[in-house]
Design a protein around this ligand. Sequence first.
Ligand code: DC
Length: 266
Amino acid sequence: MNKSIRCLILSITTKISLSGSESGGAHQFDMKKYDIPDITIAIDGYSSTGKSSFAKLIASELSFLYLDSGALYRAVTLYAMENGLISDDNKIDLQALAAALNTLDVHFENTAGGIRTYIGKRCVEKEIRSLKVSGKVSPVSAVPEVREYVNAKLREFGRGGRVVMDGRDIGTTVFPNAELKIFMTADPLVRAKRRAAEMEAKGEKVNISDVLENLKERDYIDSHRAVSPLSKAPDAIELDNSEMTLEGQMEWVKNVLSKKFGVNGL
Ligand code: DC
């Protein structure tokens, strides 16, 4: 790994553990609520299947660190959009983007409101969730240099386990040895409605058919790209949550954890 990227990652690790213990990395949450081994939980699946809500809740229940890999791809996309590195018809200036990654400071900060995504000193948590960014994130995340950049950060953050990470290739590429891999699916219309409700709650005006179109397009690009396409790891457990509540999903995962790792009292 290039030295400057490594330094950047180390500074990022410090930023993410600002309000935690001094050891940094994934170990800032010392309270072990349950007697559970230091495992890595990888949650992959289609867009808007509720991966992040599920992953956040699991992390909070187990006192694990939650990391949203899509947020890093979204932040790199926002940077590319704001710096003229991607055109209206999604043509990417590959050379300029690859060069920018050498100094780009995308990181997470652990704030009172939860973990937030930053570019340098600027919190971009809201902007990266817009439909504009969603429309460009798949082509940007298909660029091999972007994937390398994001994966290096994720591996550093996830070093040592006790982490729940969600994305598209966590169980296949980023952490192929993750002890628990979950692959999430749901009916596309159910997913579009969930995404639209989420965006409306944040004050963004949306049209359900635009959201559905964007989801389908992203599903296609994410599953067909040359590098690290979205696919279910052979050892992942599939969860179709079209008709499940978040509570129902928690019951499901607690059952899996107690059977697989003998965790009691969940
Ligand atoms: O999870 P999300 O919708 O916020 O992810 C945004 C995009 O990032 C998604 O369309 C594909 C890409 N992504 C990826 O390629 N690999 C990941 N591990 C996570 C996200």
